[in-house]
Design a protein around this ligand. Structure first.
Ligand code: MN
Length: 148
């Protein structure tokens, strides 16, 4: 069981993500206004943050960068969820500091698998090498284990 903070402005997605995570035994908490996300993360101490990218006021990119610059949150894995997963987006998302992204509309299986991978890699493995949707590795320097 993990504590997972969801930052998502779409109420239907909030319900979907919370239901999915709860069904997998996790404890989700959601904020729909990303301006509250950092405070919520400080209060909730999540094991994983799932953030939408297309958010009013504070975009997912902004939030990822702010978390990475925050001493208390810099090590928390981040999974981005975006409806516009163009090729350049993956690079931007990873450059901002997220470990993975899942494109919307989400695949339930992909969503759950990516959550599991990020939670497990937070317990010791390299978080840079998680599977993501879309083409291409983006970062040098990770030692990839072969996984079939
Ligand atoms: Mn949105």
């Amino acid at each position: 069981m993990a504590r997972i903070l969801i930052v998502e402005d779409n109420a239907l997605n909030v319900k979907l993500f919370c239901d999915l995570l709860a069904a997998h035994g996790h404890e989700p908490q959601a904020v729909t206004d990303s301006r509250q996300a950092l405070d919520a993360a400080h209060d909730f101490s999540p094991d994983l943050v799932i953030t939408d990218i297309q958010l009013p006021h504070v975009t997912g990119f902004d939030l990822i960068r702010m978390m990475r610059a925050d001493d208390r949150l810099s090590d928390v894995p981040i999974m981005a969820v975006t409806a516009y997963a163009a090729r350049g987006d993956e690079e931007r998302i990873r450059a901002a500091g997220a470990q993975a992204y899942v494109s919307k509309p989400i695949s339930v299986m992909r969503f759950a698998e990516t959550v599991d991978q990020l939670l497990h890699s937070a317990n010791g493995a390299d978080p840079e090498n998680n599977a993501v949707d879309g083409p291409g590795p983006t970062e040098a320097g990770g030692e990839e284990e072969s996984q079939l």
